[in-house]
Design a protein around this ligand. Sequence first.
Ligand code: 5GP
Ligand code: MG
Length: 175
Amino acid sequence: MVFQPQLKILISRDEIAKAVDRLASEINKDYQDKQPLLIGVLKGSFMFMADLVRQLDLPLELDFIRLSSYGAAKESSGKVRIVQGIKTPIKGRDVLVVEDIVDTGITISCLLDFLRKKKPASLKLCALTDKPARRRFPVPIDYRGFTVPNKFIVGYGLDLDQRFRNLPDIYTLED
Ligand code: 5GP
Ligand code: MG
């Protein structure tokens, strides 16, 4: 039998679309005359990235990086590993990292440290969602879509054991 957890809507597709519009206008303004390199963190950011870049009127490039943190499905273990790196040179570029969610902050802190060592001209973070209740590492979020409660969320790219990434809205998992 297929496991059917209870999902409760948290953020509708319309609210997501409005947030994407808002973030895109801020990014368009801040990066005018620049050629930013957007780096999406796989797999969770794929849908957000796809919607965001369609609203950006900039000569941008984009790439994806895949990280893994060992551990159980809902917890970051604190050991972050790059599973699939990027070949695009970072040095001197205006880099904007695109993430689905900042939870404890471990994953994104490791990635930002790694990228900073490659000497980008600038390094900023755009996160669709921010779950500040569980933060262990301070993370500066330059562009934030939503602050979410301390619950596990799925949909719009976010998964539970690889499921629910395709849902167009964001849900909380009720137990
Ligand atoms: P952190 O290292 O900030 O604790 O967690 C980062 C990663 O854990 C996120 O990029 C995401 O993949 C996963 N994660 C954290 N919270 C959630 C959540 O509420 N839902 C889902 N689907 N993934 C989460
Ligand atoms: Mg992620």
